[in-house]
Design a protein around this ligand. Structure first.
Ligand code: C2E
Ligand code: MG
Ligand code: MG
Length: 448
């Protein structure tokens, strides 16, 4: 296939149609499918088309900010640009305000498709309307490729729409090319999110609690809440079986709130029994940053009035913390002024730079169990762990070692100056109903 510089081609086309007054290539949506079907029928062997759904981002907000009249003019300018860009051989159709369907051709080589989409995306930028005000526009673009992802016009259009929704979900202002393999994965993920949502509604989730203890004086530092799914068919499921694919989706936020509410209600119940335990919950960095989360948490604490922010702690994965460290650090400060505490979880696995670590506003670092695992058998592992503990102390963090499975490991940690520990040797995660008896027997066994 012949390769071609598409950018040059489009520039030439733009020049050519610069003075066109109307939009001669704009067709109503019903005609688009027909025209596309005809184009497919008449296509030559090896001919490739790109079908795009272009959807302007945040149109409701833009309409509110600039007014409908101004935005209509802005959208018209964008439509004109796109029509010129598609040229005489393209087809453009307005599905609704701010949403267009396009057929882009000729495509001389598959390598040209990404530059074409990039060029299309870049053409949807700032527009100045009558009041000389700039409107900053972005769009989410979904593309399907004939004949790779379909040979029927309706299917190609549907695939372009799906890719556009996926581009929106991935953060907008981007293009995505439909790919049946990843669409299957997406569909599967969506299904898993729905199942988890139903599990929350059907009260099938439960928090288990794992103690964290002070190695120096055997006091209980607190409990970590770990979610379990009491699946009606599959039995008790651990997070690895249902969390990884869904946690970054919408249901992750609902789950986070459910965890906070369940933990708060449990702390309140223990408080009423005269047992005062601090509980840490695992929350994603994105959720901590989300502007609704802190008000939502405060509402929950208001409901369970005996629970203070000092009794609730958030564990953030180190890998999560480095995604957007500045925004996360800023968000954490507003939680901390209210008294909430933070831990950096699975420390050592996220490859955060020392600079990030130094500035991270957490009280605790939890050293991942991978670093504890070999310390009783391997001198190098022991040295490595000791170095990590020293480093954490240098940055003024308190250190919790995770995954302590033997008395020998616990003793080594204590000798190294690690203050806190958690692991099967102390206790496995247990149901809430077993916590009070565990606390009582632990305290009886460790009275000095
Ligand atoms: P994590 O926060 O690091 O929690 C510690 C995990 O290590 C837990 O696994 C715990 O059961 C396990 N563990 C504790 N002590 C030992 C030990 O001595 N040996 C070994 N081999 N494992 C030990 P779990 O409950 O399966 O949770 C896995 C991960 O799932 C958690 O790691 C956390 O990142 C995530 N997770 C758990 N609950 C939630 C939740 O409510 N929300 C979110 N977002 N994530 C959660
Ligand atoms: Mg944790
Ligand atoms: Mg951990």
């Amino acid at each position: 296939m012949m390769t071609f510089n598409v950018v040059k081609l489009y520039r030439a086309l733009i020049e050519k149609y610069r003075f066109a007054r109307s939009l001669p290539y704009m067709f109503p949506p019903a005609h688009f499918a027909e025209k596309l079907a005809l184009a497919i029928k008449e296509s030559q062997k090896n001919e490739v088309f790109v079908i795009c759904n272009v959807n302007i981002d945040n149109l409701t907000e833009l309409n509110q900010a600039h007014g409908f009249n101004n935005m209509d003019k802005v959208l018209k300018i964008i439509e004109e640009r796109i029509c010129y860009l598609c040229g005489a051989s393209g087809i453009v159709s307005r599905i609704s305000n701010g949403e267009l369907l396009l057929l882009l051709r000729p495509v001389y080589s598959l390598d040209d498709i990404v530059p074409m989409l990039r060029h299309l995306k870049n053409s949807i930028t700032n527009v100045r309307h009558d009041n000389e005000k700039h409107v900053a526009l972005t769009a989410s673009i979904g593309a399907s490729i004939y004949p790779i992802e379909g040979v029927k016009s309706e299917i190609l259009i549907r695939h372009a729409n799906l890719a556009m929704y996926s581009a929106k979900q991935s953060g907008k202002n981007r293009y995505e090319i439909y790919d049946s393999q990843s669409a299957f994965v997406e569909k599967n993920k969506f299904h898993k999110c729905e199942l988890l949502r139903q599990a929350i509604v059907n009260k099938e989730l439960e928090l288990y609690y794992q103690p964290k203890i002070d190695l120096g004086n055997s006091k209980i530092l607190g409990m970590e809440a770990l979610v379990r799914w009491k699946h009606p068919v599959k039995g008790l499921l651990e997070p690895a079986a249902f969390l990884p694919e869904v946690i970054s989706n919408g249901v992750g936020y609902e789950l986070g709130l459910w965890v906070v509410e369940s933990a708060a209600s449990q702390i309140h119940e223990w408080n009423l029994q005269g047992i005062y335990l601090c509980v840490s919950v695992n929350i994603s960095g994105a959720q901590i940053i989300h502007k609704s989360f802190l008000p939502d948490v405060n509402k929950i604490l208001h409901k369970y009035h005996s629970v203070t922010p000092q009794m609730l702690e958030f564990e953030i994965l180190e890998s999560d913390a480095i995604d957007d460290v500045d925004r996360l650090t800023e968000a954490i400060q507003s939680y901390k002024t209210l008294g909430f505490k933070f831990s950096l979880d699975d420390f050592g696995t996220g490859y955060s730079s020392l600079l990030h670590l130094k500035a991270f506003p957490a009280e605790y670092v939890k050293i991942d169990k991978a670093f504890v695992n070999g310390i009783a058998k391997n001198e190098k592992d022991k040295e490595l762990l000791e170095t990590i503990i020293k480093l954490s102390h240098t940055f003024n963090f308190q250190v919790i070692a995770e995954g302590v499975e033997s008395g020998q490991q616990q003793q080594i940690l204590q000798d190294m100056g690690c203050k806190y520990a958690q692991g099967y040797f102390i206790s496995r995660p247990i149901a809430a109903s077993d916590v009070t008896s565990w606390v009582k027997s632990y305290l009886i066994n460790h009275i000095k």
